[in-house]
Design a protein around this ligand. Sequence first.
Ligand code: 13P
Length: 248
Amino acid sequence: MRRKLAAGNWKMNGSIAALEMIDQLSQAHGDAGCEILLCPPAPFLIPAREKASSGPVAIGAQTCHAATAGAHTGDISASMIAETGATHVIVGHSERRESYGETDAEVQAKAKAGQNAGLVAIVCLGESLEQREAGEALPVIKAQLKGSVPAGSTGADLVVAYEPIWAIGTGKIPTMAEIAQVHATLRADLKDLLGDAGNDVRLLYGGSVKPGNAADIFALPDVDGALVGGASLKAADFSPIIQALDAS
Ligand code: 13P
């Protein structure tokens, strides 16, 4: 059984004060069946971990460098993230692929670095609007998966998040049939790549997940949770999404 995962990506938002939300989530979801994860900006990892203490909220980072250490001003290594007590790292988010030109090979190296440091790597992929309109969504996603997932990954150290670029922060989402088609394709390809372990890797949907659409998305086969951006910034929005996942 794959344990469901509600993951929040704060991106470059939030503050130390906003970490208070972790208290609210801990109180509301102390007995949640699903896993809850918040990924705040790197300076907040340690205070976030302190707030989360032994409660239900796990903490993750939004990227890492592929190298273990060295002359990489401004970057952070996976082992530094692990030292804070964080347990997950997002890699290959489309905003980083776009802004920093991260290639599949670099994303794969970052994911491997995260896994080597004991972190769960959340590998993001997804097509652009032009690619979807050109009927290329599936080949693009399949190539990203093959290029970005480290060999030997398992359900214990890999999560894959499907985030269509045109659905991020726009309020638009694919049809339920489109999400189901992509997730079924990812599941089949993960089994080809990883064997039986491919069945244990959790598949998240991300892109304009809100309290109003979460239940429909979570009812789809092979959707094991969500990677939530804007709606993870406030407990009032994130809590109902966690509840919908728990109830699915
Ligand atoms: P939104 O939920 O704000 O669309 O962001 C999705 C996302 O990019 C999560 O990583």
